[in-house]
Design a protein around this ligand. Structure first.
Ligand code: BG6
Length: 280
C-alpha cells in the first residue's frame, strides 16, 4: 500500500523513499532534485514489481524456471528493521529484512535472510545487500540492483565503464561480444549484460545538466537496459515516452551463480554519487 512507504530524510533537500514491497527505493531527492525514474504507470499496491527506482533482484536474474522473472525479492513484502539518522556525520539510513517464508519456500526451498541497508549522505545514495544462508544446505543465486536513473534526455546521455568488456547482447541473442566504445549513447532498444564492467572507476552517466557516478562492490557485472519505444509501449506499466527519460545501469552478480554454504554471508553494494554543478 502507498501508505506504507517510508521516507528517510537527511534534511529538507535530501531524502529517500522506500516501498516495503520489494524494499524498492522509489525516490531519491538529492539537493532538491529527483534522481530516480519511476514510471507514472507503475503499480504501487504490491500487485506487481515497481517499474522504476531500484528493485532488488534475488535469487535469480532474468527468466526463472521456479518463479517469475528476476526472482521473488522485488515482489515480496519486506520488514523495516531500523531507521537511523546521524546528525554528526550527516547520513541517514534504513534497513529492511526479508527471510524465507511459505511463499518463497514454494519456489525455492532454502533458508535465507536478506538485509538491505539504504543510506543517504549529501550527494550520495548507498544500497547494501547482505545475503545469509540460514539453512542447512548450500544454495546458489544471482542478484542485481536494477537501478533506473532519471535523465533529462536519453539522446544527450552518455555512459562509461564498459570498454574492453565482454557482453551478452540479449536483443541480438549473441554472447561474448567485445565492447569497444568508451562512451555509450543509447539510441535503440538495449539489453546487454556486461561481464566485469565498471570495476575500476565505476560508471559515469553524463548529461548536459550534470553527472552521476556508480561505484560497485562485489557486483562485478553491469546490465545496461533501455526498452526504447516499441517495448515500452508493449509494457502495461511503462509510460510510452518514458524511455526518453531513463537509463537502467544495473550492478549485478549475474554472469555466474554465487554459491553460498550454510551460515555463509555474501555482501554487495553500490554507491550512486551525484556530481557536477547541476548533477542529475
Ligand atoms: C533487465 C533485463 O535487467 O530487466 C531485461 O536484462 C528485462 O531483459 C528488464 O526486460 C526488465 O525486466 P522486467 O521483468 O522488470 O520487465
Amino acid at each position: 500500500m502507498d501508505s506504507e512507504i517510508v521516507t528517510v530524510e537527511l534534511d529538507a533537500n535530501n531524502s529517500v523513499k522506500i516501498h516495503p514491497f520489494g524494499a524498492t527505493v522509489i525516490s531519491w531527492i538529492c539537493k532538491g532534485q529527483e534522481k530516480l525514474f519511476v514510471s507514472s504507470l507503475s503499480k504501487m499496491d504490491g500487485s506487481k514489481a515497481v517499474r522504476g527506482g531500484i528493485p532488488v533482484v534475488f535469487p535469480n536474474f532474468g527468466p526463472w524456471a521456479n518463479g517469475s522473472q528476476h526472482g521473488f525479492a522485488r515482489i515480496s513484502w519486506w520488514t523495516v528493521a531500523e531507521t537511523s539518522k546521524q546528525e554528526s556525520n550527516g547520513c541517514a539510513s534504513i534497513e529492511l529484512h526479508l527471510k524465507d517464508n511459505e511463499t518463497t519456500r514454494t519456489m525455492w526451498n532454502h533458508g535465507f535472510l536478506l538485509k538491505y541497508k539504504v543510506g543517504i549522505a549529501k550527494n550520495e545514495l548507498t544500497t547494501e545487500l547482505s545475503i545469509t544462508n540460514t539453512g542447512t544446505d548450500e544454495f546458489d543465486f544471482t542478484t542485481l540492483l536494477h537501478t533506473y536513473l532519471k535523465v533529462p534526455d536519453i539522446s544527450t546521455t552518455t555512459v562509461t565503464g564498459f570498454d574492453g568488456c565482454l557482453y551478452h547482447d540479449k536483443v541480438a541473442g549473441v554472447d561474448n561480444l567485445k565492447e569497444e566504445r568508451k562512451e555509450i549513447v543509447i539510441s535503440q532498444n538495449v539489453d546487454a549484460v556486461y561481464k566485469n564492467a565498471g570495476n575500476v572507476g565505476g560508471h559515469l552517466i553524463s548529461t548536459p545538466v550534470g553527472n552521476m557516478r556508480i561505484e560497485k562492490h562485489n557486483l562485478p557485472d553491469t546490465v545496461l537496459w533501455n526498452p526504447w519505444s516499441e517495448k515500452a509501449m508493449a509494457m502495461s506499466d511503462f509510460d510510452n515516452e518514458g524511455y526518453k527519460r531513463m537509463i537502467c545501469v544495473e550492478a549485478g552478480f549475474v554472469s555466474e551463480r554465487k554459491l553460498l554454504s550454510p551460515n555463509e554471508v555474501f555482501t554487495c553494494s553500490q554507491k550512486l554519487i551525484s556530481c557536477g554543478s547541476a548533477a542529475i
